[in-house]
Structures are given as structure tokens and as C-alpha cells.
Design a protein. Structure first.
Length: 645
């Protein structure tokens, strides 16, 4: 076993040495070329010494020096031009050293200045030093070259210029010492170069591994853990990049939202594993289908995907959106729980594209795509809708909805639906949330996401808001259909002059106690320097009206709200409940609950859709809950019938 290990170590070392020689080829060739040019210059410079010490043969020696330099350098440049390997270049340089020594030694030995020549021969050690120090020869070639110079020196002593034994002993010892010393230094230098190479190799390896790990981590941080497509973080970056190209270079793009139809029913019937598998199949199929379009696919959350694609016009976006819908339909994945006449998985698609508009913001195109998606769902699903700024179902801040809102109350186009809020501990009805609904003249419903922002911008929300408060009191509180009713209140209302007084008038008109009325205020209002809103809230609280904080955790000012005002109840956004399937999400929800409890607020959890979620709320000792599992928003008659049942 030990012998085998030694053999493997030797083979590995041999491979490393070979790799070292292969990878340092160009460096060694360059070093040899540079060394020979420098050596040639010094070699010619010693012509001055020839003139001083051996003037009688100086001319011959100098001519010999010049010829050797010219021939040697020509051969060197030729080899460099034809790109020979470093070994050939080193051997050429070694031969040039030995030949140069001979070319000087032979004509110099013919001088009549014998004493001068004998002392002059000591400079021959420079050739030996050059072989070991001036070039990057390996140790074997260095020793061979130095041995040749050493041998020529002793040969000259005995045959060209006989000397006494004292001279031989003194200068011979000097030459041998130079041979030993320079060979040792060469060995150390070669080892040092090799170790430097090994260190550089190891550093390069570690750098490569670190780079690969960094790329892997980046891919992981930008990849959806389930489907393998881009996650929300990556797709947001792609959106920003595409938006910058649109702003700077007028390169348009389309944003396409893709939502799997009736996916909750699919999950409930087939199970979450089958649901995950369905999403993976859809993502993989769409990713392959989008390759020719140079489009990016990402998972935007849950069963919703987003596609970012370069686009020149609306026709291209519409064509791509229809291709996406058709691709999923052609997969023919079974979905027997649908009640709309289909038995396969389909998608609803909403698309928007860049165009010149007054409100030019990145968020705008996503909002437009989302509203187009809502329109697709409202029109029976498994269809494509492209955002149209002139369409009341998808448009934003347009004349149609704005005009509709002005006559909504008088024409009975606006109504309220009610969703029950239960006490977790007792299971009893604690309150009902009033939600506003709007329909077109032909009865087509309009999403609150579409008309509420328009109502706020046009000021229609002021009359609509007061109407909804009066109607909720009349429908729920007067007949005592529920102990309490909550109404969503816009920041526009809170900032309007006399709002609290108008609410007081409604309470007096309906004969309702203010303690039975709650106003839900969204967290997404930045409360800095909003003293008008704070004063209004204080006036409402003085009437006994409960103030609830809605959608806690989704905005940027939640903690500021908690610092500025003591809410009766805080409603945690449903996204935190959906994240409870993971340990991290459940831990985050517990932290939020702990924070609110320490502040003394009652806690309401919205979005309860399963019995498991309700049991979790019981375990966490939440005060109130609401959600589709407990009751969907319904008109007044259906709400009363449910209570009676």
C-alpha cells in the first residue's frame, strides 16, 4: 500500500512538473531571449578589456566577439519567430554561452601578453555565472553548461597557457567554487520559481472555486426554489433593466402576468405535491416555449408567473400572450374540479407594454398588467387581455370610470358586501367588514383595485366613503345583524375638512353608538408630517369609534403608525399567513404577534382559507379572524341568511 502511494505521489509530482513547464513556456522563452540579448551586450562590452589587457590580439578577439553575437542573436530571433519551445531556446542559449567562451578563449590565448592572459582568464567564470544566474535554465542544463566552461578553463591551463601549480591551485579552486556556488544558487532559484508557480496555481484554483461558489450562490438567490425559473428578486432586477433601456434607448418591452386558473381547487383536490408538480411542468414548458422570443420567465408568487419580453408594439405583446395561453392549454393537464365546462389546467393572461404616457413609472406597467389579468379572470378565465387605457375594466384614471363614479350612488351602481369577522376563542361573530363594490351600467363588475384609486384621485371617494359608512350602519348596526361593522377609510377622507363632524352626524341620524363602528386605515400611508390625519383620528376616537390598522406588514410605515397611535385592533396582512408553510414564515408571524401583544393591540388575521390555518390561529391565540374559509364577502341578504342558518 505504501509503495503504491509513493508511486501515485511520484506520478502526480511528474504531472505537476509537466504542467509547470507547459504553462511557463512563453515566460521562459521570453526570459531566455531577454537574457541572451543582455549577455551579448555585456560580451561586446568586454572588448574594452581586450584592448587594455591583450592589445596585440584585441582586433581578432573583437571581430570574433562581434561575429558570435550577430550569429547567435540572428539564430535566437529566428527561433523566437518560428515559436520554438522553451527547451530548444534554453539549449540554444547554453550553446551560445559555451561557443562564446571558446570564441574568446582561442584567439585570446595567442597573445604575447602571457601574464595578462592568465589573469584575464579569471573572467571566464562570468560565463559559468551566466549559465546559472543570468538565464532560467533548469538545473541539469545549467550544470552541463557550467561543466563545459569549467572544463575549457582547465584545458586552457594545461594546453594553451601552461602555468605553475600555485596558479592552478588558486584559480582552479576559484572556478570550482564558482561552479558549486552558482549551481547551488540556480537550484534554489529553480525551486523558488516552482514554489511560486505552485502558490499561484493554488491561488488561481481557490479564486476559481470562490468565483464558482459566488456564481452558484447568485444563481440560487435569483432562482425560484420550486420551479427553477427566476424568482421575484431576479425578475424585479430584469424589470428595472428593461425599464432603463426603455427610458434611455427607447427599447420597448412587454410585461405579461400569467395566473393558473382555479389553482386552489387543484391543490385542495390533488394535494400540494401535485400542485407543485403542476407549477413545475408549466414553468418548464413556458420557459422552453419562450426561448425563441428572448423573453424572461419568473415566478411572481403562488400560482402567478410573469414574462418580460422585448417588444416593438402591442400586436407583438398580444401574440406572445396568446402563445403562452395556448401552450398551457395544449399541455392538457387534468383538472376535474373545475365547474366551468373545462377539465384541464388553463391560465388567464394579462399583458401591458411600454408606451408614451404622462405617468411614466416602472410600477405603472405592472399595475396595468395586473388589471388586465383581473379583466381576463372577470371574462371567464382561459383568455388574454391586453391593457387598454380606454377600457373601464383595465384603464386607469380615465373618463369612463371617473364619470361612472360621479353617478354611482344615484344610479345604484355602488353597493356593499359584508364579510364576517369571528372571535377565535368563542367562535362567535364579532364584526362584519363592509367592502365597496362597483358595476358598470350593463352590470359588469369593476375591480376595487381599478376604481378606488380613481375615486381617490378625482375626489369621488369623499361622497362614496360617507355613503358606505351610512349604509353599513343602516344595514348591520341598526338591525343588530352584527355587534360591530368595520369600514375602510381612505387617507383622502381623513384629510378632508369636517370629516369627523360628518361621521358624527351619520351616527346621530342612524342612532348608532360610535363604539360599534370601526374604521380600517391602511398601513401604506407615510405618517410623517401628517398632523391633519392624526387630529382627525383623535376626533373620531373621541366619538367612541374604533380605529383599526389594516394590512399591517405590507407598507413602509407600520412601526411609525404603532408609535404614533394606539390602535384598538391591528389586522395582519394575509401574506404572512401564506408564508406559515415554512418554519421561517411561521417564526416571523410569531414575532409580529409578540410585538403587537406587547403594544397591547387586539390582533385580527385575515385570509383564513383552510381549517389548518384556523387551528394555527387558535394555537397562536389570535383575537379575531376572517377569510373565505369562514365566510366570503356577500351582499346583505346572503349575509343575513348565513347568520340565520
Amino acid at each position: 500500500m505504501a509503495d503504491r502511494r509513493e508511486i501515485l505521489d511520484k506520478e502526480r509530482n511528474a504531472e505537476i512538473v509537466k504542467l509547470y513547464k507547459d504553462q511557463t513556456q512563453s515566460e521562459r522563452v521570453g526570459s531566455a531571449r531577454q537574457g541572451l540579448w543582455a549577455a551579448a551586450f555585456i560580451y561586446l562590452a568586454f572588448s574594452i578589456t581586450d584592448i587594455l589587457l591583450i592589445p596585440d590580439v584585441a582586433k581578432t578577439v573583437i571581430i570574433s566577439r562581434i561575429m558570435i553575437c550577430v550569429i547567435g542573436l540572428l539564430i535566437l530571433e529566428l527561433l523566437f519567430f518560428i515559436k520554438v519551445k522553451s527547451n530548444t531556446m534554453d539549449i540554444t542559449c547554453a550553446m551560445a554561452l559555451v561557443i562564446s567562451y571558446v570564441a574568446w578563449l582561442c584567439p585570446a590565448a595567442m597573445t604575447q601578453q602571457a601574464d595578462h592572459f592568465r589573469y584575464y582568464m579569471v573572467f571566464g567564470s562570468l560565463f559559468m555565472m551566466s549559465a546559472n544566474l543570468f538565464f532560467g535554465f533548469d538545473i541539469i542544463l545549467s550544470i552541463i553548461t557550467s561543466t563545459c566552461v569549467l572544463g575549457l578553463f582547465f584545458l586552457a591551463l594545461f594546453y594553451l597557457a601552461p602555468v605553475d601549480s600555485g596558479y592552478v591551485l588558486a584559480f582552479g579552486t576559484f572556478y570550482v567554487a564558482c561552479f558549486a556556488f552558482t549551481s547551488y544558487v540556480n537550484l534554489r532559484l529553480n525551486r523558488e520559481r516552482f514554489h511560486v508557480y505552485l502558490n499561484a496555481l493554488e491561488a488561481k484554483k481557490q479564486n476559481r472555486e470562490a468565483t464558482e461558489r459566488g456564481k452558484a450562490l447568485l444563481r440560487l438567490s435569483n432562482t425560484d426554489y420550486l420551479t427553477g425559473v427566476d424568482n421575484r428578486r431576479a425578475i424585479d432586477q430584469r424589470l428595472r433593466d428593461s425599464w432603463n433601456e426603455w427610458q434611455n434607448d427607447a427599447i420597448g418591452f412587454g410585461a405579461i402576468l400569467v395566473d393558473v386558473d382555479f389553482f386552489k381547487k387543484y391543490n385542495d383536490f390533488y394535494g400540494h405535491q401535485a400542485g407543485d408538480h403542476c407549477l413545475v411542468l408549466i414553468a418548464t414548458t413556458l420557459k422552453n416555449a419562450l426561448l425563441p422570443f428572448n423573453a424572461s420567465l419568473g415566478r411572481y408568487g403562488g400560482e402567478e408567473f410573469i414574462v418580460i419580453a422585448p417588444s416593438a408594439n402591442r400586436e407583438d405583446v398580444m401574440q406572445l400572450a396568446e402563445m403562452i395561453r395556448q401552450t398551457v392549454e395544449n399541455m392538457a393537464l387534468s383538472h376535474d374540479q373545475r365547474k366551468d365546462g373545462l377539465s384541464i389546467v388553463t391560465v388567464s393572461v394579462g399583458a401591458a407594454f411600454t408606451r408614451e404616457q404622462r405617468d411614466s413609472r416602472l410600477e405603472k406597467i405592472i399595475t396595468e398588467a395586473d388589471r388586465a389579468l383581473y379583466s381576463a379572470k372577470a371574462n371567464g378565465r382561459n383568455c388574454v387581455r391586453l391593457f387598454d387605457p380606454t377600457d373601464p375594466l383595465t384603464g386607469d384614471d380615465n373618463e369612463h370610470i371617473a364619470a361612472l363614479l360621479r353617478v354611482a350612488i344615484t344610479n345604484n351602481l355602488v353597493s356593499l358586501v359584508y364579510q364576517p369577522i369571528l372571535n377565535v376563542k368563542t367562535g362567535q361573530l364579532e364584526a362584519a367588514e363592509a367592502l365597496m363594490r362597483l358595476k358598470l351600467l350593463d352590470g359588469t363588475p369593476v375591480s376595487p383595485v381599478a376604481f378606488i384609486p380613481i375615486a381617490e384621485r378625482t375626489g369621488s371617494i369623499l361622497d362614496l366613503g360617507l355613503w358606505s359608512i351610512r349604509q353599513a350602519c343602516t344595514d348591520i348596526l341598526v338591525p343588530f345583524a352584527a355587534p360591530m361593522v368595520s369600514v375602510n377609510v381612505s387617507p383622502i377622507q381623513l384629510k378632508s375638512k369636517g370629516f369627523a363632524a360628518k361621521v358624527s352626524a351619520i351616527l346621530a341620524e342612524t342612532g348608532v353608538d360610535g363604539h360599534r363602528l370601526a374604521f380600517e386605515i391602511t398601513e401604506g400611508i407615510n405618517m410623517d408630517h401628517q398632523s391633519v390625519i392624526l387630529r382627525c383620528i383623535k376626533d373620531l376616537e373621541a366619538q367612541g369609534i374604533k380605529i383599526w390598522l389594516d394590512d399591517f406588514g405590507t407598507g413602509f410605515a407600520g412601526l411609525s403608525w404603532l408609535r404614533l397611535f394606539n390602535f384598538d385592533t391591528v389586522k395582519i396582512d394575509r401574506s404572512f399567513l401564506q408564508d406559515c408553510e415554512t418554519d421561517r414564515g411561521r417564526s416571523l408571524l410569531r414575532d409580529i404577534i409578540s410585538l403587537l401583544r406587547h403594544r397591547g393591540h387586539k390582533i385580527l388575521m385575515e385570509g383564513i382559507e383552510t381549517e389548518e390555518q384556523l387551528k394555527l390561529m387558535q394555537q397562536l391565540k389570535i383575537d379575531y379572524v376572517q377569510g373565505y374559509h369562514l365566510g366570503r364577502p356577500t351582499p346583505l341578504a346572503a349575509f343575513r341568511s348565513r347568520l340565520a342558518a
